[in-house]
Design a protein. Structure first.
Ligand code: UDX
Length: 471
């Protein structure tokens, strides 16, 4: 990729670990292609995460022209920025950011000439149009999730939403092109589980997704061999100009071979699990993590705990300090489970996930199906058990289980017997079948990011388009 020092891109993610880490991966790729990057974080996210992850962030400062900048999210300091308050955060950011973006474009020393924002920042389009710069959206979710969000108004118009109670959850949805025949109500994004089709969460996701079509392009962290048919639907009906450049974690290793694993997090990485893994036999461990935001009740945790212990498999489990909702925690874990953990388990607050998934001792991943975790698992060739929590995770897990055949989807079930059986199905009974399909998809993922692959070519096209848009 040719160097052009004058191209300056502002990148603005939503302030959440999964979003920021994906955007940082993108920023690093663009920075290495000679583009000057200003990476924007909200003051709240910067104070809470970035200040404490200086190791993870220092390497970005080595990239010529790379700088971090903070901005206000417009909310009071003590506002609870929890997932249930997501619409307030999005609305507030949408009001607070356009003036800053416009200011950056008119800067006399180093004006920004292209804006890349999270797909939820629909008002950034108006700001970009007003000052005459290009804007590209980056949605950090899967193409299948994006497409289902986009189709929500059609699903409502067809009378297929709202869902009429738990007995209605297995009804098939027929109005999402490309997903007929396997998409059930329970696989729709979690915010569809409401009685009111005018629910603000539901409308927000649908509105922001539909507005993506107005940008100059849409970046997705996915690859053609994984989501080709759904990408075609989006190209034909929403955004013709899609840059599918994922999996970004694998892509980075191709473009920047000296890159090491690292990501920002709210918690200190506990590396001691790697020494524990070194002592375990090949493919004997089930790795368990529910991502950076999802919470579970103590009862649910106990069901999983018994299921894992009864499965007789070794387990490495990420139990974040805030994973259990409510105050009652560890001290109420039955003694027999704690004893079994000493024998066969390792519990950590936060682990180097990509390294864990690449470790030869790991043979399965019990995951919440956040998109980054799903892609990291695909790249590592690791079969999955999916227990989605919220948002896009419900549809990701349907694709993992039903479409890509990369694992088993146990959404909406939380029962020790099911956990025990599923772990054994994945790692013993049907091990070969799942290992084979996971291996096949891992190879396709690698092919896509290697020279000449679809994601590799799409990234080159993105870099060239940014340079063209900025000239
Ligand atoms: C959120 C949403 O929950 C998800 O549905 C959406 O796709 C993106 O935003 P999150 O819970 O953060 O995602 O999950 P995910 O997207 O999987 O990202 C988690 C990241 O944390 C992964 O990159 C993973 O490698 C990392 N991680 C997780 C660690 O580094 N260590 C851990 O111990 C656990």
């Amino acid at each position: 990729m040719e160097k052009q020092d004058h191209v300056h891109v502002a990148i603005l993610p939503l302030p959440a670990v999964g979003h920021v880490n994906s955007m940082l991966n993108l920023a690093e790729l663009l920075g290495h292609a000679g583009i000057k990057i200003t990476f924007l974080n909200t003051e709240h996210y910067y104070d809470r995460v970035i200040r404490h992850s200086s190791d993870a962030f220092s390497r970005y400062m080595q990239i010529p022209g790379f700088q971090f900048k903070t901005l206000t999210d417009g909310l009071p300091r003590d506002h609870p920025r929890t997932p249930d308050k997501f619409p307030e955060l999005v609305d507030s950011l949408n009001c607070a950011t356009p003036p800053l973006l416009k200011e950056m474009v008119s800067d006399s020393k180093s004006p920004v000439n292209c804006i890349i924002t999270d797909g939820y920042m629909s008002r950034a389009i108006d700001a970009a149009r007003e000052v005459g710069v290009s804007i590209i959206y980056f949605r950090t979710i899967s193409a299948c999730a994006f497409w289902s969000f986009h189709c929500i108004p059609d699903i409502i118009d067809a009378g297929e939403l709202p869902i009429k109670g738990t007995e209605d959850m297995d009804r098939l949805i027929t109005t999402v092109p490309g997903m007929e025949g396997f998409l059930r109500c329970r696989d729709l994004p979690s915010f569809c589980r409401v009685n009111d089709p005018m629910d603000p969460h539901l409308l927000l996701f649908a509105r922001e997704t539909r507005l993506s079509a107005h940008a100059d392009g849409l970046i997705l962290n996915t690859f053609e061999d994984l989501e080709g048919p759904i990408l075609s639907q989006i190209r034909n009906h929403s955004c013709p100009n899609i840059y599918s450049i994922g999996p970004l974690n694998a892509h980075l290793k191709v473009r920047i071979p000296e890159k090491t694993y690292s990501s920002s997090s709210l918690w200190k990485i506990d590396r001691s699990c790697m020494a524990w893994l070194d002592k375990q036999p090949k493919q004997s461990v089930i790795y368990v993590s529910f991502g950076s935001i999802a919470v579970m009740s103590r009862d649910q945790l106990i069901e999983f705990y018994y299921g894992l212990v009864h499965s007789k498999k070794n387990f490495l489990w990420v139990i974040r300090p805030d994973l259990i909702s409510g105050k009652d925690g560890e001290n109420q874990i039955p003694e027999e489970l704690l004893e079994a953990t000493k024998e066969r388990g390792c519990i950590a607050g936060w682990v180097p996930q990509e390294e864990v998934l690449a470790h030869s001792a790991v043979g399965g991943f019990l995951t919440h199906c956040g998109w980054n975790s799903t892609l990291e698992s695909i790249v590592a060739g690791m079969p999955m058990i999916c227990w989605p929590s919220f948002a896009d995770q419900q549809i990701n897990s349907r694709f993992v289980g039903e479409v890509w055949k990369l694992g088993l989807d146990i959404k909406d079930l939380c029962d020790r017997n099911i956990v025990e059986k599923t772990v054994n199905d994945l790692m013993v009974e049907r091990k070969e079948e799942f290992m084979e399909s996971a291996d096949r998809m891992a190879n396709l993922a690698k092919k896509s990011v290697n020279k000449g692959g679809s994601s590799y070519c799409n990234l080159d096209r993105l870099v060239n388009d940014i340079k063209m848009m900025s000239s």
